[in-house]
Design a protein around this ligand. Sequence first.
Ligand code: SF4
Length: 239
Amino acid sequence: MKPQDTNRKGARLRISEIYASVQGEGILTGTPSIFVRTSGCNLRCWFCDTPFASWQPEGSYLTTEEIADQVARWNVSHVVLTGGEPMIYANIGELCLALKQAKAHLTIETAGTVARDVPCDLMSISPKLQGSAPAADAGSWRRRHNQRRERLEVVRELMGRHEYQLKFVVDSSGDANEVLEYLERLGSYDRQRVLLMPQGITQPDLEEQAAWLRPWCETHNMRFCQRAHIEWFGNRRGT
Ligand code: SF4
């Protein structure tokens, strides 16, 4: 889906799912939360664990009011706006404002390629590394992914406007070293807000990755972050 599709649908956003669960990643791990997942993404990572919101976007077009009403059915204060890539929607700020007016603590999960001035309490930025590109047989998506995935100026802008965390998905020691290079190019940041998270969608794979990544993080004074929801629920939709 192209961002301009949202304009043809008026003030609606395509939503693939809304559900209650527990945050399994990042500095708010363990926090009961409502997850609102927009559909559509301007990247196509080979390891994407939500292909129904990226490679094959699906879902209903809902108004801001309809989304906020669904969120309000749960008595949960934390809301996570995730995707796909929520920031591709030109009108995403309306939804953020509605959720903030309902007193939500709002986290936005983004790959940090599109800057928008939106209200939120935690901007969770997950910049994509070189190794996230789709295979060569993915047609034009490999080229588009490589052109779009790194936007240092956007990440700096989001970090400057909001409380933030930088959350990197790491699949190899090469990726971990690339994070160091990325941070050097990024310039100013709070190391305590940098988290490295293993790539994987099964508990054995995550534990295998954690065996080397956890000590690597300790050596480099960075925070290791497990994908705890995989351990708690498995790789299942709606969790
Ligand atoms: S940026 Fe996120 S949602 Fe988009 S393809 Fe990559 S992993 Fe999937």
